[in-house]
Design a protein around this ligand. Structure first.
Ligand SMILES: *Cc1c(COP(=O)(O)O)cnc(C)c1O
Length: 422
């Protein structure tokens, strides 16, 4: 299979080619439930593996530090125009290498080392780069953190306001990596205005839902939108920063020359293609199907006696709290992997266990929706999860093997975008 798909690679480096071929099989045969992952289209894959790779392009379209940019300028301008159109913003920078460097550029643009910055705590669902201690953003800046309410699992906007007014942070981040509920950008905007803070919506997880109209847009409420391009947006691994005209220069200067050198032009091309795809009616249907599937899966899990953080989901993501099941998230995640269901273990808010051995698993529907699974399949998925959790608790490897065969069977009927026939 790999020899025909990647003939040059197979001839030059059969060992590496075998790794790629094995990964193709793994991605085809498993039920991938990690909410930050997806399957890019064949077109995005092709664009991301082109000779654009060979070009140095420090600077921005029309103002580069290297010659020979006739085609690269066009590629980057296309990506920028498409991002502006899709998200309804004045300005887009498509050069950040990934979500974490994009957020670093935001700090560079608006804060000085030692300044106070504010974000959601990592164990509450925030991202490392929102000022958490082990991240550079929490050591070079003074990070203060908000969370969710213990009784509802929802963001406590009163507590957010109180903290913001007490601390007056330079920058406030909203958004996160394990938030199953809609973010109220207008509420954050009011708080940031009162506190005199720059407000950043980090929509890395939900960018595709926003593009497809399945989650409210932050565009009219925040100073800066930060996003990865490889999660629900279904593009290559990369990131974008978007803002109003007044912040355009600060953002561009922070990305280059502030933080980065030459942009990864092959990735820019893949982003441009993904943005083109995300502007089609089919992507609007995709985004809504992701949410419908997540809601159906959450309902099916609740029926099977699972505890879900916040009691369910509004978006693509579900956080299962396994505390009452008396089996740790890591044990469940590893057992599910053996059953052909790929998830990640995750802390739940107020987790009594340690981050490396937490009480939850985080799942989501972007990948399975890309393969065409629909709400009618979600009870089946919930059954597999319930059986895998039981099997994990009992150490029943036989049961996991049975699930694995069933998963493989169903997945064979739903070929994944970008992969050879499953
Ligand atoms: C994934 C994510 C990031 C970081 O993206 P990387 O590309 O992994 O660096 C930043 N913020 C949020 C909210 C994320 O979910």
């Amino acid at each position: 299979m790999s020899a025909s798909r990647h003939p040059a690679l197979s001839a030059t480096d059969p060992e590496l080619a075998a790794c790629v071929a094995a990964e193709e099989v793994l991605q085809a045969q498993t039920l991938r439930l990690i909410p930050s992952e997806n399957y890019v289209s064949a077109a995005v894959l092709e664009a991301s593996g082109t000779v654009l790779q060979n070009k140095y392009s420090e600077g921005y379209p029309g103002r580069r530090y290297y010659e020979g940019q006739q085609n690269i300028d066009r590629v980057e301008a296309l990506a920028i125009e498409r991002a502006k159109g899709l998200f309804g913003v004045d300005h887009a920078n498509v050069q950040p290498y990934s979500g974490s460097p994009a957020n670093l550029a935001v700090y560079l643009a608006f804060a000085k080392p030692g300044d106070t910055v504010m974000g959601m705590a990592l164990p509450m669902g925030g991202h490392l780069t929102h000022g958490w201690g082990v991240s550079a953003t929490g050591t070079w800046f003074r990070g203060v953190q908000y969370g969710v309410r213990a009784d509802t699992g929802l963001i406590d906007y009163d507590a957010v306001r109180e903290l913001a007014l007490a601390e007056r942070p330079k920058v406030i981040f909203c958004g996160g990596t394990a938030l199953p509920r809609t973010i109220d950008f207008a509420a954050f905007a009011e708080i940031a205005r009162e506190a005199g803070s720059v407000l950043v919506a980090d929509v890395a997880h939900i960018a595709g839902l926003i593009a497809g109209g399945a989650h409210p847009s932050p565009a009219d409420h925040v100073d800066v939108i930060s996003t990865t391009t490889h999660k629900t947006l279904r593009g290559p691994r990369g990131a974008m920063l978007m803002c109003r005209e007044e912040h355009a220069r600060a953002i561009d200067k922070a990305v280059f020359p502030g933080l980065q050198g030459g942009p990864h032009n092959q990735t820019t091309a893949g982003i441009a293609v993904a943005l083109h795809e995300a502007a089609q009616p089919a992507f609007v249907r995709y985004a809504h199907a992701v949410v419908a599937n997540a809601k159906a899966l959450a309902a099916a899990l609740l029926e099977r006696g699972f505890d879900l953080v916040s009691g369910g989901t509004d978006n693509h993501l579900i956080l299962i709290d396994l505390t009452r099941k008396e089996v740790p998230g890591k044990v469940v995640a590893k057992a599910m992997d053996r059953a052909g269901i790929v998830v990640n273990y995750n802390t739940v808010p107020f987790d009594p266990r340690k981050p490396f051995d937490p009480s939850g698993v985080r799942i989501g529907t972007p990948s399975l929706t890309s393969r065409g699974l629909s709400t009618e399949h979600m009870p089946v998925v919930a059954d597999w999860i319930a059986r895998a959790v039981d099997a994990a608790a009992k150490g029943d490897e036989q049961a996991l093997a049975v699930i694995r065969a069933e998963v493989q069977d169903l997945m064979a009927a739903f070929p994944a975008p970008g992969l050879p026939l499953s």
